[in-house]
Design a protein around this ligand. Structure first.
Ligand SMILES: [Fe+2]
Ligand SMILES: [Fe+2]
Length: 357
């Protein structure tokens, strides 16, 4: 039986003094299906990890306008700056990540947040939604700086069948709970919600990655450094989003262990496998035979490597046991950025905490 009391229900009846104390209320707090008055009382906390993530997100403040794009503009306008294939991969990668962040902004706001009954988790998702909007702005900044035709980026999915199919599948995965009448509180619906949470892990932790890789490979070859820097900021945010949804998934598993059946686990593993496969076919279709040392085979290995990491993070066994073919990527995505002195200027000033993320 669900203990869920919707935010509206609590205020539907006439006032009747409740004997329930604040502590009792907080003890009944759950990620979904908890008692929630909708008033965002975040002290004390039931899910301190969510508040910690929220605070980390605030430390990661940045704005796209501060990323220097001058060198990118020069290289883009120089006929010898990039090969046609590199330009093509650049535009396709930008098209996909811009579509994906746009979709995620709406997904969080419309599908996810209304079912969350832990105010501290709501804080994290609200901040995440803002960051996705910031990413939407980042891609617009890149399009404008390089004077790209927005039709070639935002509109690419209407001309490129691979991108159309990929967007369609991503949208289908996050749309299972988009029916406005969908409510949590039954085994089936709670499993659907949990599956949507893993859908977010796949989106944040797998789908973005072939595009990210493209920008980093270009940067390693001294091409489009401003774009890579923009992507690094976005990647840092996405890593925190990934953390948030891994925690949400694991907390729901802990609070409602009946959802985590062997059949359901098999479905989740299948979804991760499908995610890796989908990302691979899209990445391979973008790069053709390969660019600058990045080949379809190495991409596949990399995606399998990160697919395994996502599975382990939610308590499932590895599927592929692949190795990371791009160990240098740590420079771009993890703490070693401190050594390369990456986050400079205003962004660094905001960083009141450590850069371990
Ligand atoms: Fe994003
Ligand atoms: Fe994200």
């Amino acid at each position: 039986m669900s203990e869920s009391v919707s935010k509206r229900e609590l205020f539907q009846n006439e006032f009747g003094e409740s004997t329930m104390s604040n502590i009792e209320l907080i003890n009944k707090r759950r990620v979904i299906n908890g008692v929630d008055d909708g008033l965002m009382q975040v002290s004390p906390l039931k899910h301190p990890w969510a508040y910690e993530i929220f605070e980390n997100m605030i430390k990661n403040n940045w704005v796209p306008q501060e990323v220097p794009m001058q060198k990118d503009v020069e290289q883009w306008n120089d006929p010898k700056g990039l090969t046609d294939q590199e330009r093509n991969v650049y535009k396709k990668s930008l098209a996909f990540v811009s579509n994906l962040d746009g979709l995620q902004t709406n997904n969080l706001a419309c599908n996810i947040i209304r079912h969350i009954t832990s105010p501290e988790v709501v804080l994290g998702i609200v901040r995440q939604t803002y960051e996705e909007a910031l990413h939407v702005q980042s891609y617009a900044t890149m399009i404008e700086a390089l004077a790209l035709d927005p039709e070639d980026v935002y509109g690419l999915y209407r001309k490129d069948q691979d991108l159309f199919e990929k967007n369609k599948q991503v949208l289908a995965a996050v749309s299972k709970i988009s029916d406005p009448t969908f409510q949590t509180g039954t085994l089936k619906n709670d499993q659907m919600f949990l599956e949507a949470c893993v859908g977010n892990i796949i989106l944040e932790g797998i789908y973005f990655y072939s595009a990210f890789l493209t920008f980093y490979v270009l940067k390693r070859n001294n091409k489009m450094p401003g774009s890579a820097e923009m992507i690094q900021f976005i990647n840092r945010d996405e890593d925190v989003h990934l953390q948030l949804f891994i925690k949400i998934t694991n907390a729901i598993k802990e609070e409602q262990p009946e959802l985590w059946t062997p059949e359901f686990q098999a479905q989740i593993v299948q979804n991760v496998k499908d995610g890796v496969e989908l990302e691979y076919s899209w990445g391979a279709s973008c790069m053709g035979e390969g660019i600058l040392g990045l080949t379809p085979n190495s991409l596949k290995e990399y995606l399998q490597f990160i697919g395994d990491m996502r599975l382990i993070a939610i308590g499932l066994p590895k599927v592929w046991n692949s190795k990371n073919p791009f160990p240098w990527i740590d420079e771009y995505t993890q703490g070693s950025m401190i050594e390369v002195n990456f986050f400079e200027g205003t962004v660094k000033e905001y960083q009141t905490g450590s850069l371990e993320w």
